[in-house]
Design a protein. Structure first.
Length: 293
């Protein structure tokens, strides 16, 4: 099917409303299944618009206002949404593969089961967003605000979360295999049963985080990187830290009851007040450099 030519619009069009591919672009517009492929929709006002199943592949939505818009199952692959406003938008099952969302406002947005693989979410605001079962493999979440976000069962393999804010985020059963969490703020984050195999948590703030039964072991014997991490009062009960690098980590008051620390590196780690009842420390390098029997 031959795509219609997408006309660019003027300031007059913006004030009076505009049409793209025969579709009226305005707040509350019914654009169900609309073909807006490669459309120039910069600064467009589509608040509360119905864009279910719409084709927005390669669309230019820079600074567009999509507050409360319905984008369920919409195709936004490779769309440019830099600085776009999407608070409260419904993106359930939306296809955002490779989308550019740098600095976008997605506060409280519904992104359940959305595909955000290799998407750029640098500096994006995802505070309180629902990302349950979302696909975020190889996505860039550098300095993103994910405070209070729900990432339960989300796939974050090889995602870049350097400097991301995850205070109070729910990451139960999340897949963070080989994820880069360097310097991330995970204060009081819920990482219970999370898969953190070979994750880089260097200098991450995990103070008061729930890491019960979290899996930090890697089958290829590459260690999880927790060097210098802040795990003050963190709950690591039953966590698998086999071979983990915890050198210089702050584990003051941490709960390591029943944790598997076989062969872990705890050199110069602070274990003051930590509970190691039933922990497996076989072959572990202790804070003073000795090897535990």
């Amino acid at each position: 099917m031959i795509q219609k030519r997408v006309s660019r619009w003027s300031l007059w069009d913006y004030r009076q409303g505009m049409e793209v591919n025969g579709y009226k672009i305005e707040p509350g517009a019914n654009l169900y299944g609309a073909n807006l492929w490669h459309a120039d929709l910069r600064n467009a006002n589509l608040t509360s618009a119905n864009l279910w199943h719409a084709n927005l592949t390669l669309a230019y939505l820079v600074d567009a206002d999509l507050t409360g818009a319905k984008l369920t199952a919409a195709d936004l692959s490779h769309a440019n949404l830099e600085g776009a406003n999407l608070p409260g938008a419904n993106l359930y099952g939306a296809y955002l593969w490779g989308a550019y969302l740098r600095g976008a406002n997605l506060r409280g947005a519904n992104l359940r089961k959305a595909d955000l693989m290799v998407a750029n979410l640098t500096n994006a605001d995802l505070m309180g967003a629902d990302l349950t079962n979302a696909i975020l493999e190889e996505s860039n979440l550098t300095r993103a605000n994910l405070m209070g976000a729900n990432l339960e069962r989300a796939g974050l393999g090889a995602a870049n979360l350097t400097g991301a804010k995850l205070t109070g985020a729910k990451l139960e059963r999340a897949f963070l295999i080989a994820a880069n969490l360097w310097g991330a703020d995970l204060h009081r984050a819920n990482l219970r049963d999370a898969i953190l195999t070979n994750a880089n948590l260097y200098e991450a703030n995990l103070r008061g985080a729930n890491l019960r039964n979290a899996y930090l072991r890697d089958a290829s014997l590459v260690r999880a990187h927790l060097m210098g991490a802040n795990l003050l009062e963190a709950d690591l009960m039953g966590a698998n830290l086999w071979g983990a690098n915890l050198a210089g980590a702050n584990l003051t008051g941490a709960n390591l009851t029943g944790a598997n620390l076989w062969g872990a590196n705890l050199l110069e780690a602070d274990l003051m007040g930590a509970n190691l009842t039933g922990a497996n420390l076989t072959g572990a390098t202790m804070p003073d450099g000795t090897i535990h029997d």
